[in-house]
Design a protein around this ligand. Structure first.
Ligand code: AMP
Ligand code: ZN
Ligand code: FE
Ligand code: FE
Length: 294
């Protein structure tokens, strides 16, 4: 049986694995297809594509956008998008810069609390365009300023703790549009973690393509609940482990094995959208438009 993991992070966001390490684990576990979904980034896609190609694994390019709707944070997965798409890269760069400024602000608050963390140590450790709180936490541990990641979050970084800084996020509706204009499918990530089901109809209205029913932190009951939601709204079904390597304890890759038939359904939607876009630009229409253009 063929199976896929469509939710994976590398060190191009807050995972600890390189694309090559992640691919190596996937190969040992027998995966046919993977999607790379680093937070607000497509930086790792090229290396992941090369590693997967060498391992004979199909790669779906992707990202996981941090978004909000009515002040509620939610994550939107983008699949099959063009990692060279200019608008996508411009918008991601904007939110990556927001993330970098937020790191500076968190470190400055830590310094005010007499925690002598150096911002450059966080950036050096993160070594990517899309740093986040886990990198601050790891830098605190590395500098011997806290015992472990839990202490870093509990004392300083959790929401409403003294070094927590809110993050500017893109609107969820804009996120869906951003993914679409880059040729991708937009999927609501781990709805069971956010428990914000009331926003699903608005996302569907905005063109949401799918919903992540299978996720490491979804119980069987939650997966079934979101399979029903998918059926009700005509959404595609996805699933993945949300593996971050060793960043949150044990690597999660292998905990979700999505049957490949779900990947085929995603692929046929992308293909049919491409062929519709293709027919809109028929030579006949182009010729007609060119006659209108002086
Ligand atoms: P950020 O995007 O910078 O706000 O960071 C979010 C990341 O921090 C996510 O990957 C979370 O899983 C992780 N995170 C949030 N709270 C905690 C916590 N209490 N302990 C460990 N990791 C956490
Ligand atoms: Zn993460
Ligand atoms: Fe997420
Ligand atoms: Fe994730």
């Amino acid at each position: 049986m063929k199976f896929a993991d469509l939710h994976l992070h590398t060190h191009f966001s807050d995972g600890t694995f390189s694309p090559e390490e992640l691919t190596g684990h996937a190969q040992r576990l027998g995966f046919t297809a993977l999607a790379l979904t680093d937070h607000d980034s497509v930086e790792g896609c090229a290396r992941m594509a090369a590693a997967c190609h060498a391992a004979g694994i199909e790669l779906i390019t992707g990202t996981e956008l941090t978004a909000e709707y009515n002040d509620i944070e939610l994550h939107i997965l983008g699949y099959f998008l063009d990692p060279q798409n200019q608008k996508l890269l411009t918008e991601l760069a904007r939110f990556q810069s927001v993330r970098q400024d937020r790191i500076r602000e968190m470190v400055s608050r830590l310094n005010q609390l007499n925690v002598p963390l150096e911002v450059e140590s966080v950036f050096a450790l993160a070594n990517c365009k899309s740093p986040g709180r886990p990198h601050v936490a790891r830098a605190l541990v590395k500098a011997g300023l806290v015992k472990n990641l839990d202490e870093a979050f509990e004392r300083f970084l959790k929401k409403n703790r003294p070094a927590w800084v809110p993050k500017a996020k893109m609107s969820a509706l804009e996120g869906v549009e951003l993914i679409h204009q880059a040729g991708g499918l937009a999927v609501m990530a781990h709805p069971g973690l956010n428990r914000t089901d009331e926003i699903i109809p608005a996302l569907v209205e905005a063109g949401l393509d799918g919903i992540e029913c299978f996720h490491t932190k979804h119980s069987v009951a939650l997966a079934e609940r979101y399979l029903e939601v998918a059926k009700k709204f005509g959404l595609l079904v996805t699933g993945g482990s949300d593996c971050h390597g060793f960043s949150k304890g044990k690597p999660l890759i292998g905990t979700v094995k999505l049957p490949y038939e779900y990947v085929e359904k995603l692929k046929s939607k992308v293909e049919s959208r491409k062929s519709i876009a293709g027919t809109a630009a028929t030579p006949a229409l182009d010729a007609h438009l060119s006659t209108l253009d002086p």
